[in-house]
Design a binder for this molecule. Structure first.
Ligand code: OOG
Ligand code: NI
Length: 482
């Protein structure tokens, strides 16, 4: 039974994301510099581009701009993934989308845990890109067995957090005191551990197979590997990173710069080389006791920035995928430092086929929008008459784009972009690769495995497109309600 004394899941998520950010800034101080840089760029954009400010005010995103963060973790086993799902549910975060990165040479498949509706997203947009390692792709049976044995020994959740998750599930909520305890205990899972449970020899074998395998199997837990503030101008932010001594990745992933941003553009600063201590002997299962340690280093943790644009409909997404493929095929090789300018130029040319105007994106059914009454409509009898003429004639679901378009032209309703809340597999693979020190570019046979992933997760993932569609439909209903 839901209980008024329980702490709201949105508030738990919000407080957790703050605690996570504080922890990560202490662990990776360069990330703190990145946040400062981004908030300066955002302030500048808001001060100089009133149309962006008004858009963010209308969509309600302005409130959450500076809390916009996503993080990423990598898990080793199905049981870790299913417990992680239960942990995120306490914070109102559910698995949305399925991303298969194997075709791009990264042996994982992933989902994003996030909250679902606009209201909760506005309260705290925090999300976590969560990947499950695919040891089945290793192709070295002995090493796979050793990796599985190592993973089975680790316990990435504290006893207390498991107990609190179970209590949450039984009670359907947590009282504030339990929720605070939950936040503290849940954070432990994401903490960096510089003492590894594996020997340097095993670590190196794993590293040789794939740096990602070493990053998962070689550690006590799924350390948060990056956090990502949202910027309103990624090109300016990237430039400031480079001049400000934050070494950034060469290529901004995703679509090119546009007047009407679509989907998601991302870049990151390169992962740090961090000192770790490898255990010198595997004595029993204990972490404590008499083991010695040997010095070494590991590269995995970084900082990222993202610029988000309008969410695309299936038709818009298909066009995006086609154009991106076209651009990459024309370049012929993976975009990198040496061909960055050429790649951007090709990208610009290719994407000239993607309309760059919100009204056209709307009318061509390429993107999702909020429908909102204009200020004019609130005050003008004539506008209200036009509105009710359209809405009364037809059932809401049969209102055509053309009819909506007329109402927009007449200034009765306005459209505002629904921001894309999810991720892009090709971009994600680019982010992975640039931070794994990976020289060789493996590609794994593509065996679609969403079902395997969902089985490990213990549930199906939400379809992100349906969520955007619902938000759009909901906004239309609200216009009618007025
Ligand atoms: C995840 C990389 C993907 C993004 O923003 O696309 C990602 C990882 O490195 O674990 O975070
Ligand atoms: Ni990321």
């Amino acid at each position: 039974m839901s209980n008024h004394n329980f702490m709201n899941s949105d508030d738990i998520r919000h407080e957790f994301s703050i605690a996570m950010s504080v922890m990560y800034q202490a662990e990776v101080p360069l990330y703190g510099d990145l946040i400062n840089l981004v908030s300066k760029v955002n302030a500048e954009v808001l001060a100089t581009q009133p149309e962006i400010k008004s858009q963010l005010l209308h969509t309600g995103e302005i409130e959450r701009l500076n809390m916009e963060r996503h993080g990423a973790i990598r898990l080793g086993t199905a049981s870790e993934l299913s417990m992680m799902r239960r942990l995120f549910a306490v914070m109102g975060m559910y698995p949305v989308g399925y991303y298969d990165l194997a075709p791009a040479g990264v042996p994982v498949h992933s989902t994003a845990f996030r909250t679902l509706d606009s209201h909760s997203l506005h309260k705290s947009p925090f999300r976590v890109f969560t990947s499950l390692l695919r040891l089945d792709l290793i192709g070295d049976v002995a090493l796979e067995r050793e990796a599985i044995k190592t993973l089975q020994k680790r316990r990435i959740f504290t006893d207390d957090v498991i107990e609190l998750i179970e209590r949450f599930e039984v009670q359907e909520g947590l009282i504030p005191e339990d929720a605070q305890h939950f936040i503290k205990e849940a954070l432990e899972t994401f903490r960096w551990h510089d003492k590894t449970p594996v020997t340097k020899e095993l670590y190196q074998k794993l590293l040789h197979q794939h740096p990602l395998i070493a990053d998962v199997v070689g550690f006590k837990g799924p350390h948060i590997n990056h956090l990502t503030p949202r910027t309103l101008d990624i090109d300016v932010a990237q430039q400031k990173m480079q001049t400000g001594g934050i070494p950034s990745k060469a290529i901004i992933e995703g679509p090119p710069r546009r007047a009407c941003p679509i989907l998601l553009r991302q870049t990151s600063f390169k992962a740090l080389e961090e000192a770790v201590s490898f255990r010198t002997a595997n004595i029993g299962d204990s972490d404590e006791c008499c083991d010695g340690y040997e010095q070494g280093s590991h590269t995995a943790r970084f900082g990222e920035i993202e610029q988000r644009g309008v969410a695309l409909t299936p038709k818009g997404r298909a066009l995006y995928d086609t154009l991106l493929n076209e651009a990459r095929n024309r370049l012929g090789v993976t975009p990198n430092e040496d061909n960055a300018l050429q790649y951007y130029q090709i990208l610009d040319e290719t994407f000239s086929k993607f309309p760059d105007n919100y009204q056209t994106l709307h009318d061509a059914d390429l993107a999702y929008f909020y429908y909102q009454l204009t200020d004019n409509t609130h005050d003008s009898g004539q506008a209200q008459a036009l509105l009710s003429a359209t809405f009364h004639k037809v059932d809401l679901s049969t209102i055509s784009r053309a009819e909506l378009s007329t109402l927009i032209d007449d200034g009765v309703i306005r459209i505002e972009p629904i921001v894309y809340e999810d991720f892009l597999p090709v971009s994600a693979a680019g982010i992975f690769q640039s931070n794994l020190n990976q020289s060789k570019n493996n590609s794994y046979d593509h065996s679609s495995s969403q079902q395997d992933f969902e089985q490990a997760l213990g549930t199906t993932v939400y379809d992100e497109l349906k969520l955007y569609e619902e938000i759009q439909a909901q906004s239309l209903k609200q216009c009618l309600a007025v």
